[in-house]
Design a binder for this molecule. Structure first.
Ligand SMILES: [Zn+2]
Length: 443
């Protein structure tokens, strides 16, 4: 456990639950948790480690509820043929890229993404991993990067039949092995879900095997759901069911499970997601980029679904993602006021609840009992900044500001925009460039 840390004299913005802005406050983090929040004067006798937050805004560390670390190596890759639809995006880019990954590539791509997350105040990440030519041990390689970074992460291996039965079996085994490893470790730092690619690349036999293993381990699943209309077409063709109905039939959904995207789900499927307590994670930048559509977050929320926000590896800056999520709802609903509460709620309350279910801790607020994970922004508001308008400042102001410091469980991972001494970003990037070069040759 890191030493106690006192974050002094900051402006605290607690965006989950009841939104609040409090000035001149200090936050004490001990044994990984916030233990006391009070005006600075109350800590006069404190003699431990301090971090000055005067003139800065302190918010709970951001949570990325769906991402893919291995996407790091797609940046600047020009060898993929342009795609005409979502299946083309997968076939021309992602399935070729993940097939070229080695275990060392998995480690490095994760570490690059994690250091970038620290720069953007993102402290908890839920990853979905595929490397079909290096399945066994790939989650250990990523876990090594997570442990080095000091962040919290939940990992999984995406089981799929797209590379044949043998690799599907390896994927099942990798999930089982890694879930067991996490259950015996520090479950507040490193966690696992049972990863599945998507309904359209999973046979009934593989789903049956995954369900029985997952239920035995008492874990949830992390799966892409109806990201594009093609997933629905495949489900209708092979099983005469909608995607969510098929996953319910196999026992994949539930309170521990994450359904990423849900861009194309019917009202009946939304009700099933609500009834099973499944978390839906919305990834608007990715959906817009892939031209697959815009999930109806308002209707999902109206029907009682828990909705969170992820980036699908488009960024590690959750405040960039929340802006795009808003603009996308405005355009989709043809209403420039649509969805403010639902979208900001997905990022701050939804993600906090999803992370809470996974790590068994309280996230999303700056108060005693919550995790000691915070992002500290350089932000000097040019207009009144109060509890009643704080979320407007988040979307239009804080999202454009720079993160000054990032703290996880009381450990300072970045201070004054400098990463902790043991995180050598330049060296990691240089090694990643070398690996990217040879990976691109194999692509
Ligand atoms: Zn994804």
């Amino acid at each position: 456990m890191p030493r106690p840390l006192l974050i002094e004299n900051g402006t605290l913005l607690s965006p989950g639950g009841e939104v609040s802005v409090r000035r001149g406050q200090s936050v004490l983090i001990e044994d990984g948790l916030i233990t006391r929040v009070a005006p600075r004067s109350r800590f006069a006798r404190y003699t431990g480690q301090r971090l000055d937050a005067a003139g800065k805004v302190v918010v709970p560390g951001h949570i990325n509820a769906h991402t893919h670390f291995y996407s790091t190596f797609a940046r600047g890759l020009t060898r993929a043929k342009p795609a005409r639809d979502f299946t083309g995006v997968l076939r021309h880019l992602w399935w070729r890229l993940d097939s070229a990954l080695t275990a060392e590539d998995c480690y490095l791509s994760a570490l690059v993404a994690l250091l970038d997350a620290i720069r953007h105040g993102t402290t908890t990440l839920i990853d979905h991993h595929a490397s079909p030519r290096a399945v066994g041990g790939s989650l250990d390689a990523i876990a090594r990067a997570v442990e080095e970074s000091g962040l919290r992460a939940c990992l999984c291996y995406e089981v799929s039949d797209r590379n044949g039965a043998a690799i599907a079996r390896e994927g099942l085994a990798e999930n089982v092995r890694f879930i067991r490893r996490c259950q015996g470790g520090d479950v507040t730092r490193l966690q696992a879900l049972f990863g599945l690619h998507a309904s359209f690349t999973l046979s009934d036999a593989t789903l049956t095997a995954a369900t029985s293993l997952g239920h035995e381990l008492q874990t949830g699943f992390h799966i892409h759901v109806a990201e594009a209309q093609s997933d629905q077409k495949a489900a209708r063709r092979t099983s005469r069911m909608r995607v969510v109905e098929r996953l319910v039939r196999f026992g994949i959904l539930g309170e521990r499970s994450i359904a990423a995207h849900c861009t194309h789900v019917s009202p009946r499927e939304m009700d099933l997601l609500a009834e099973t307590g499944t978390a839906v994670v919305h990834n608007p930048q990715s959906n817009l980029n892939n031209a697959v559509g815009i999930a109806n977050v308002l209707e999902l929320k109206r029907r009682g679904v828990l909705v969170g926000l992820g980036t699908d590896a488009m960024t590690n800056n959750l405040l960039e993602e929340v802006r795009v999520a808003l603009w996308a709802q405005h355009l989709a609903r043809r209403n420039p006021s649509a969805g403010f509460a639902e979208i900001t709620g997905a990022l701050f309350s939804g993600n906090a609840e999803i992370a809470g279910r996974i790590f068994g801790l309280r996230f999303g607020e700056i108060r005693a009992g919550c995790v000691g994970d915070v992002a500290i922004y350089d932000y000097d508001p040019p207009t009144p900044f109060e509890s009643g308008n704080a979320l407007g400042h988040v979307v239009f102001g804080l999202s454009q500001a720079t993160v000054d410091s990032t703290i996880v469980g009381g450990r300072v991972l970045m201070r004054n925009r400098r990463l902790a001494r043991d995180l050598d970003e330049a060296r990691v990037n240089a090694r990643a460039r070398e690996h990217a070069k040879t990976l691109w040759q194999r692509f």
